[in-house]
Structure formats: structure tokens, C-alpha cells
Design a protein around this ligand. Structure first.
Ligand SMILES: CC(C)(COP(=O)(O)OP(=O)(O)OC[C@H]1O[C@@H](n2cnc3c(N)ncnc32)[C@H](O)[C@@H]1OP(=O)(O)O)[C@@H](O)C(=O)NCCC(=O)NCCS
Length: 214
């Protein structure tokens, strides 16, 4: 089993200090489009109360640069909890964001690092996005996705998003069309019944992924 499958993940709101790692994932997950979401743009988004970003992260042991380990004797490390403070950091493996318009939560992006895909991280981020949309009084959740991006479309279809339109030549980098996908009313009984079931199934399959909405 891979290390990435054994470690617990936490999904939590994004903070300013997460921006460099999120921008890195953005470039990896959306090659060619990342210039539109610079680090400065992320900072602006975090200051905007209509926009919510979340990150999925885990603690990762970061090896000390060569040479430094010799300079610090064990008593120093114990005294200053050196191992805990400097060698362990949160490693962000995925992020998602949406902005609220009247009654509608519009997903800006969901992206997961290449090495951490198909482990349930993207689904966890989508579940939390739908929950936060509900808390923000959204009736529907919508998004645009590349017409060729069948993997993402599968994820959204699993959560009852349907294709409701198409934007021709939407992506300026290569002129690809965008598919517009939307949920039905997320407060409706049929949507909630299916969402709660999917959440339960997810919790059973992914006990290692914890979500914190606060
Ligand atoms: C789309 C993306 C976020 C999915 O993240 P992920 O963590 O790999 O997905 P998960 O492991 O949580 O999978 C959840 C569901 O997504 C779909 N899915 C994920 N990988 C898939 C694949 N390789 N083939 C088909 N469906 C797939 C399935 O429906 C899956 O549910 P299942 O496990 O019951 O089959 C990820 O592939 C990614 O970052 N892609 C690049 C960026 C992007 O396209 N973002 C979406 C547009 S905004």
C-alpha cells in the first residue's frame, strides 16, 4: 500500500499560507490555464466573502537539508521540539473553490495532484463544496468543464450534475468548448436522498479522509 493511502487527510478551508502549494496544484491540474489564477488572484479571492476555497492536506515529513542535521544535537531538538516545528508540514494534495451568486454556487475549480488521484480526494472536495453551497443558501451548483474532460464529468455525474448547455470555444488557450453542468435544486428531497446516500458510501470507503467545514 502506498504511503499516500495510509496517511489521514483533512479537508479544511484554505488559508493565505496555502496559496503557493495551491497555485502549484493549479498549474499541474490545469496546464495552459493557470495564468488566469495567479497567486495574487488567489489572495484576492480569499478576501472575497462570496468565494470559498478548500484544501485537502496531510502531514508530511520533510527531510532536513543536508548538513543542517549535523549542526543540531539531540538535546537541542528535544528542547525546542525541533522535529515537530520544522520537519513536519502540511502537504496540500488538492483544492476546490466556488463563488456564490444569487442562489447559485459556481464551482471555480477542483484539482488534485497527479500522484494523489483516484484516492477519493476529489470526491471529498466535491462533497464539502456541495455542503458549503447548502450552508450558503444556494439552490443549485453549476460549473463549466472541458468537453474532453470525461474523468471530471464522471465525478460530477455521480453527484447528479446534468449537462445543461455548451459554451463554444470557451477555453482561450486552445478553443475547446465547455460543457455547462448543473444540479437540480440541492435542497429538494430527491437530491438530498441521493446526496446523503453517496456521502454515507463515501464515509465507509474513505475513513482516512476527514472534512472540517468550520
Ligand atoms: C477530476 C479530479 C478532480 C478527480 O479527482 P480524484 O481525486 O482523482 O477523484 P476521486 O478519486 O475522488 O474519484 C471520484 C469519482 O471521480 C470519477 N473518476 C475519478 N477518476 C476517474 C477515472 N480515471 N476514470 C473515470 N472516472 C474517474 C469516478 O466517478 C470516481 O468515483 P468512483 O470512485 O466511485 O468510480 C482529478 O482527476 C483532477 O484533478 N483532474 C484535473 C483537473 C480537473 O479536470 N478538474 C475538474 C474540472 S474543474
Amino acid at each position: 500500500m502506498l504511503e499516500s493511502q495510509l496517511m489521514p487527510y483533512i479537508i479544511r478551508p484554505m488559508k493565505y499560507e496555502d496559496i503557493p502549494q495551491v497555485a502549484q496544484i493549479d498549474r499541474e491540474a490545469f496546464p495552459g490555464e493557470w495564468v488566469f489564477r495567479s497567486q495574487a488572484a488567489y489572495k484576492q479571492d480569499l478576501d472575497n466573502p462570496s468565494i470559498r476555497y478548500m484544501v485537502a492536506c496531510k502531514e508530511k515529513h520533510v527531510p532536513e537539508p543536508k548538513g543542517q542535521a549535523l549542526e543540531k544535537p539531540p538535546w537541542f531538538k528535544r528542547l525546542f521540539s525541533y522535529e515537530r516545528r520544522l520537519n513536519i508540514q502540511e502537504y496540500i494534495v488538492g483544492f476546490s473553490g466556488f463563488w456564490m451568486m444569487t442562489g447559485e454556487a459556481h464551482i471555480i475549480a477542483i484539482g488534485v495532484r497527479n500522484d494523489y488521484r483516484q484516492l477519493g480526494v476529489g470526491e471529498g472536495l466535491l462533497i464539502l463544496t456541495i455542503e458549503l453551497a447548502q450552508i450558503s443558501n444556494a439552490n443549485i451548483v453549476t460549473l463549466e468543464v472541458r468537453a474532453s474532460n470525461k474523468i471530471a464529468q464522471e465525478l460530477y455525474k455521480k453527484y447528479r450534475f446534468q449537462v445543461v448547455g455548451r459554451r463554444l470555444r470557451y477555453y482561450s488557450s486552445d478553443g475547446e468548448d465547455a460543457i455547462i453542468m448543473s444540479t437540480d435544486n440541492i435542497t429538494s428531497v430527491p437530491f438530498q436522498a441521493s446526496f446523503q446516500q453517496l456521502k454515507e458510501d463515501y464515509a465507509q470507503r474513505h475513513r482516512e479522509i476527514l472534512a472540517r467545514v468550520c
